[in-house]
Design a protein around this ligand. Structure first.
Ligand code: TXA
Ligand code: MG
Length: 336
């Protein structure tokens, strides 16, 4: 992929126009969003969408989120726009929320992995919005990484994961949210959470004035699933991830010792302020104890530890509070 720097405060119209033209003729364009970088293709062009699946090695049963610049464009890719969608869009768009609604027929089935539903979102990043406005087509975009690997929160992460892919990357800097969008299915009587993410369930419930249900787990690994991205191993770094108890410095030190004696190069991701008796050979990364700040740092930290050649990462479990749900979900998948 070829990289073009774009200033988020003032996206160069020529670079945006060029990238938009590439999307319209079926090429791939990776772009920044406030959550993670997306690998975009014209959602109306089935061959372009097929290129996303090929580039990522993505299984065809995993649907792709469609990105649009505003609510009017979102209404064009669905056949039904309930009141709940109006409320949530008004409260959270542009932003890290994906609404799952009945798919309009002009969107190819490949985008929705054959499901009658489509995920749609208006991202909050100025470069993404400029690109989507200029493209004048809905843009299908999963995270810009190989299937099952860590999502990219910077353009260099995209290049590292997708070096061999044909296309351009718009470099708009680091992603502020750092964790993927919350996915909520509004086609069910009671809205269903399909993936925790950048908007908390509590915030959604407050705006909807009702309780959201959690998606039931599929019967088997191969069974069609409500949210196919909810695969178990996902969001994983190359290094093996092992969780350890929150706030327990002794347990952490024991895990590190065991891994070192087994010959592992060990990284640590903690949010508690441990005084660990290690130097040099253990890469300790202290993240914030604030869930929002922690989310913004997590993927970049895992990418960095991977790039250092760490072979095992011990991660301190995060607090068992709703505000940590999205982070806990990603850590559980990384460790499984
Ligand atoms: O923040 C994000 O959502 C990022 C940025 C690029 O927008 N995108 C992203 O896409 O995380 P991806 O492909 O890595 O995850 C999309 C997930 C799917 O795996 C699935 O769980 C859910 O969103 N999803 C998408 N379309 C769906 C649909 N029609 N029905 C059910 N779930 C859907
Ligand atoms: Mg992804």
């Amino acid at each position: 992929m070829r990289l073009h720097a774009v200033d988020p405060a003032n996206p160069d119209p020529d670079i945006i126009a060029d990238a938009a033209a590439r999307l319209r003729i079926g090429e791939l364009v990776a772009f920044p969003t406030e959550t993670v970088y997306g690998l975009g293709a014209n959602a109306l062009d089935v061959e372009a969408v097929a290129r996303i699946f090929a580039a990522k090695g993505r299984p065809s049963y995993n649907p792709v989120i469609v990105h649009v610049p505003d609510v009017d464009a979102a209404r064009c890719v669905v056949t039904h726009w309930p009141d709940a969608a109006d409320k949530l869009a008004a409260a959270f768009w542009p932003g890290p929320l994906t609404l799952v609604l009945p798919k309009a027929p002009q969107i190819p089935d490949l985008v929705s992995a054959g499901l009658p539903l489509i995920g749609v979102r208006v991202p909050a990043h100025p470069v993404a919005l400029a690109l989507l406005r200029a493209a004048r087509v809905p843009v299908a975009a999963p995270s810009a990484n190989k299937s099952n690997q860590l999502s990219p929160t910077s353009a260099p992460h995209v290049l590292r994961g997708l070096a061999d892919v044909d296309g351009v990357v718009l470099d708009g800097g680091d992603c502020a949210v750092g964790i993927e969008s919350t996915v909520i299915d509004l086609s069910t009587d009671v809205p269903t959470l399909l993936r925790p993410g950048g908007v908390s369930v509590e915030a959604l419930e407050r705006v909807l004035g009702m309780i959201i249900q959690l998606a039931a787990a599929p019967a088997t690994a191969e069974a069609p699933r409500r949210s196919p991205g909810a695969l178990d191993r996902h969001y994983a770094p190359r290094a093996r991830v092992q969780m350890c108890a929150a706030g327990d410095g002794i347990a952490l030190a024991t895990s590190i010792d065991a891994l070192r004696s087994a010959g592992a190069r060990v990284g640590v991701v903690a949010w508690s302020d441990f005084d660990l008796p290690f130097n040099g050979d253990v890469s300790v990364r202290q993240l914030s104890g604030d869930a929002v700040e922690y989310a913004a740092q997590l993927f970049a930290t895992l990418h960095e530890l991977d790039a250092r050649g760490v072979s095992a990462i011990v991660v301190e479990s995060v607090p068992d509070l709703p505000i940590w749900d999205a982070v806990r979900d990603r850590l559980r998948r990384a460790a499984s």
